[in-house]
Design a protein around this ligand. Structure first.
Ligand SMILES: [Zn+2]
Ligand SMILES: [Zn+2]
Length: 499
């Protein structure tokens, strides 16, 4: 059984700040998961990094006429500020540009892949704009995905999550000048999925994931996985050995980024055994990612460590779909977005976290309605929660009363949603709302049972850390102990509660 967790968030492209759509995906889910495991006494490290070698960052820097590394650093600082403002506490955040740990990890995985035969060289055709002299591997070209027909770059399709084959895409055009891309011969390195397909499938069969991802994976294996290009000569990426032929693109290096962050954390803090956890069979790496990042995270990264005795950890994958804003796609270029820092300033971190959890697009597209948010906030944060706070501050029961069947049912469902097997921050938030509604119902009769309030105070922390901390001050140690023991989170003590 896993009792140690490495939790990862897909690295954001540092070409701007974070909006609500971002945190409704992997960011908050990873934080809620981490807090929920810690509440249950598990060891957890949450890491992420800024995706400084992204092709879209290179394009943005070119369009703005600024230095890419400088732009990445400035936005990385902003992103970290936004995360802190909304209570997402990352144990270590790595900036990947020019980072020796990052380079070491990427090189290690690349060289191991070559030594084992997982990575092989092939002559191929890649899209190129003769006019702008840019390659169309990702950020500089767009056409129609050869798998599903949707508009896509040649790297990974947001609609079907597959890696398109540039040579088979239609209408592939340069983003800068809109001219059709021409195909140029180029020698590249490829990850050969056919060499590990059976072992990979077996590893993934044992990994917890949601239905949407499981179905996608089954379809991908049925169709057969082709070779996946891992170098992009002449484009964005990390140049190994001062050699353009071994320039690794960013999607190959995601897992390297997580390993590097753990390594950097271990060196910065000697008490942290973060990197050593990777070689323990009791460790599970839990990757939080958008569904569109599945090809790299769920296929390529497990393939990179298959059969490697240095890495004994198992995996779990939690994907999300997209969030809409007032029914439309987020668009930072059209200004159709709500920035995390603005909403937290106008509302508060806890209300943003609770509401975003309730509407999280875990299996399908979700929608953030500004009016609905404020109406919900008035009911819950201006009416019910202040009552909970005031009533908890009043007299205690000695010894505390046991949980009734209703509270036990809520707690069991909450624990299921907080587990690595079936994690759902949405499910956890829904159970908190069941408690809020029950408390509101009892309020109308004048007196709320204290055990109901104590249970809410104990369970609300992962979703609303600020409130959890404030309420904890009004819950006695013996009440808290009794509640945790009843939930099976700590060993039961004799007569912890009575009723
Ligand atoms: Zn597609
Ligand atoms: Zn062009």
């Amino acid at each position: 059984m896993s009792n140690q967790f490495i939790v990862t968030i897909t690295p954001p492209t540092p070409n701007g700040d974070l909006h609500i759509g971002h945190i409704a995906g992997p960011y908050m889910a990873a934080d809620v998961f981490t807090r929920a495991q810690r509440l249950q006494g598990m060891q957890c490290y949450l890491v992420s990094y800024s995706d400084d070698y992204q092709s879209y960052l290179t394009r943005k820097a070119l369009e703005l006429g600024v230095d890419g590394a400088q732009l990445a650093h400035e936005n990385s600082v902003k992103i970290q500020q936004s995360l802190r403002m909304v209570g997402i506490e990352v144990d270590h955040w790595l900036e990947s540009h020019g980072n020796p740990h990052f380079e070491w990890a990427a090189k290690m995985l690349y060289e191991r892949g070559q030594a084992s035969g997982l990575i092989r060289s092939a002559q191929t055709q890649a899209p190129y704009c003769e006019h702008c002299q840019v390659w169309g591997y990702e950020g500089f070209a767009r056409g129609n995905c050869n798998h599903c027909g949707a508009s896509s770059d040649a790297s990974q399709c947001e609609a079907c999550a597959m890696a398109p084959d540039a040579a088979k895409m239609t209408d592939l055009k340069c983003i800068l000048c809109h001219a059709p891309m021409t195909m140029r011969p180029v020698q590249r390195q490829f990850l050969a999925f056919d060499r590990v397909a059976d072992a990979l499938r077996a590893r993934l069969a044992a990994a917890p994931m949601r239905g949407q991802l499981r179905r996608w994976l089954d379809a991908a294996f049925e169709k057969g996985l082709g070779d996946w290009g891992v170098t992009r000569p002449g484009e964005s990426g990390l140049k190994l050995y001062d050699d353009e032929a071994h320039r690794l693109h960013t999607w190959f290096m995601g897992q390297a980024g997580y390993l590097a962050a753990l390594k950097e954390l271990s060196e910065r803090d000697e008490a942290a055994d973060a990197y050593a956890l990777l070689s323990s069979a009791d460790t599970r790496m839990v990757n939080f990612l958008g569904m569109d990042c599945s090809y790299s995270h769920v296929l390529a990264y497990p393939a990179q460590v298959l059969g490697d005795p240095a890495f004994k950890f198992s995996q779990a994958f939690f994907t999300n779909a997209f969030l809409k804003l007032n029914g439309e796609d987020f668009s930072t270029s059209r200004g159709h977005a709500i920035w995390v820092r603005d909403l937290v300033r106008d509302a508060c971190a806890d209300s943003v976290r609770f509401y975003v959890s309730l509407i999280a697009p875990e299996e399908q597209t979700g929608n953030f309605s500004v009016d609905d948010f404020w109406a919900w906030r008035r009911r819950v944060f201006d009416t019910v929660l202040p009552h909970i706070y005031r009533q908890l501050a009043q007299e205690r029961a000695t010894p505390p009363a046991c949980l009734a069947a209703f509270e036990r049912g809520v707690a069991q469902r909450w624990l299921q949603c907080a587990s690595v097997e079936q994690f759902s921050m949405k499910g956890m938030a829904e159970q908190l709302m069941v408690l809020v509604d029950a408390i509101q119902g009892e309020l109308s009769s004048g007196k709320v049972r204290r055990e109901l309030l104590v249970l809410f105070a104990v369970l609300c922390g992962p979703t609303m850390p600020g409130l959890g901390k404030a309420l904890a001050g009004h819950v006695d140690d013996d009440e808290r102990t009794a509640c945790l023991a009843e939930l099976g989170l700590i060993p039961a003590q004799k007569e912890a509660c009575h009723g």
